[in-house]
Design a protein around this ligand. Structure first.
Ligand code: SAH
Ligand code: F3S
Length: 474
């Protein structure tokens, strides 16, 4: 068994703001530092990224190791999402299950992080008093400090503030061998769409320093990363400070990332139509490393609904952006988000959404039933549309979406595609899997020697999901 030095423990005390050493604390930290954490992530890629960072903080500062079994854990963390109602309901039902584990093992600690934590704050402790920690997406770098404080005080700890210091300066780089990784470049959203809770749970847009991002990417390349996904609620709203004091926009950031030799493909998500500058659009023609795909949420094909949603663009403006992108990159795959059943959406308005989905030939997209979120302006609108109607509309749109996606896949037969093969199939160890720019899965033989390599392949055959390689081009 490892023993931790008094100095180390004193340091931990300092981090936690505890001034006086007490022998009991030694026992507390000894227990904490030999423990395991289990983390469950809900929601978007940002949350996946945050979870990895929470794990990084806990292993660096508290020497905790990860387990995939909640029963073995001494600390359970739910990194939550509140974008739609069901996500929250799932959190509370999971908490109920973990409560039973805690009854059997009272030393178990339970933490709720992410957007539900931000939204509900101390209500979580009121509703589930066995929860020990509540922290928001902007205070995740403090999870270790909060855990230590919980041990000393014996009381639940809550921190859902949006601190001014950059959380990114306080979270460790994760050393893990892999070919593809994500990097968060900005946080939050200042757009305040009338239906959306994100500006309230993640705060207003803040961009990371350009050099901090580039450093993180270069460090990731040391571990074999050759594909990078730049993450943010609105990545193209990026306005990050540079060391020389000037501000870099998203297109400049892309140019810098493309200069990193080891990076062979760049993806980004999500972007906002109102931030699609001409400079950014040009990047699709000038930066070869940029994946030829863009996810650009439209939400609705009706101008009345878009205005009620406070999206601040019209369908004509959206179409004009797409026309410009396709002019510089005709083969680009376009995906989107659609909200169906926004309060008082009429049949005609819904038909406009169907029409725009067909006209713009969207590839596989995401569609959601509108979910009223607490405190958002849209949640106060009286709605006359019955749920069954909304459900039917969603189904209709999703059927069209699937058939358009399939047609897109079929059109790829015989084409040349850039693929990064980065993992073996879970079902069949003889199969190596990779992805094209537009996220189609391509199969190769496990012994092809292609693991973690970018290659151009000719697509021989397509089925509804996967593509089979015909021949390697280069
Ligand atoms: N920044 C992105 C949105 C990120 S949130 C943008 O440009 O719009 C991801 C998606 O969740 C949104 O695009 C929207 O389609 C969906 N969404 C957000 N709030 C929702 C709500 N209250 N009900 C249903 N879907 C919602
Ligand atoms: Fe939400 Fe609109 Fe921002 S959907 S994340 S408020 S752009």
């Amino acid at each position: 068994m490892l023993l931790y030095s008094a100095r180390y423990i004193q340091n931990q005390l300092k981090i936690s703001g505890i001034k006086h050493y007490n022998a009991d604390y030694e026992k507390i930290w000894y227990n904490l530092m030999t423990n395991k954490y289990y983390i469950k992530t809900f929601g978007c890629q940002m949350n996946e990224y945050d979870s990895e960072k929470i794990g990084g903080v806990l292993s660096k500062k508290n020497q905790l190791t990860e387990t995939s079994a909640p029963e073995d854990a001494d600390l359970i963390i739910l990194n939550t999402c509140s974008i739609r109602e069901k996500a929250e309901v799932k959190v509370f039902s999971d908490l109920g299950r973990f409560r039973e584990l805690k009854e059997k093992k009272p030393s178990l600690r339970i933490a709720v992080g992410g957007c539900v934590a931000s939204q509900e704050g101390e209500n979580i402790i009121k509703r589930a008093p066995y929860v020990d920690l509540v922290f928001g997406p902007q205070s995740l770098h403090r999870v270790s400090e909060l855990l230590n404080k919980r041990e000393i005080s014996g009381k639940p700890q809550i921190d859902i503030t949006f601190p001014e210091i950059e959380k990114f300066d306080h979270i460790p780089i994760i050393n893990k061998n892999r070919a593809s990784a994500s990097v968060s470049i900005m946080e939050g959203c200042s757009k305040y769409c009338s239906f959306c809770v994100v500006p309230f749970t993640r705060g207003e847009e803040i961009s990371r320093h350009l050099e901090g991002i580039l450093n993180e990417i270069v460090r990731l390349t040391f571990n074999g990363v050759s594909e990078i996904t730049l993450l943010g609620q609105n990545v193209n709203a990026y306005r990050g400070k540079m060391d020389n004091g000037e501000i870099a926009d998203f297109s400049l950031l892309l140019e810098y990332v493309a200069e990193i030799k080891e990076i062979k493909r760049i993806r980004f998500t999500t972007s906002h139509p109102n931030e699609m500058t001409d400079n950014l659009i040009k990047c699709f023609g000038s930066i070869d490393k940029l994946a030829k795909t863009i996810h650009l949420p439209i939400q609705s094909g009706s101008d009345r609904v878009l205005s009620a949603m406070k999206r601040n663009y019209t369908t004509l403006e959206y179409k004009s952006i797409i026309r410009k992108i396709r002019r510089v990159c005709p083969e680009i795959s376009l995906t989107s988000d659609f909200i169906i059943g926004f309060p008082n959406e009429t049949d005609n308005e819904f038909e406009s959404t169907i029409k725009i989905m067909k006209d713009l030939e969207f590839d596989y997209s995401f569609s959601f039933l509108y979910s009223p979120r607490p405190g958002t302006p849209a949640s106060y609108i009286e709605d006359s549309i019955p749920n069954e109607v909304k459900q039917q509309r969603l189904e209709e749109l999703q059927n069209i979406n699937v058939s358009q996606g399939k047609a897109y896949t079929q059109s790829m037969q015989g084409t040349s595609q850039r693929v990064l093969f980065d993992h073996y199939s879970k079902k069949n160890k003889d199969v190596l899997l990779g992805k094209t720019d537009n996220n189609r899965i391509v199969e190769a033989n496990a012994d092809s020697g292609l693991l973690n390599k970018f290659v151009n392949v000719k697509v021989a055959k397509t089925d509804t999901k996967n593509l089979q390689i015909g021949s390697l081009i280069s």
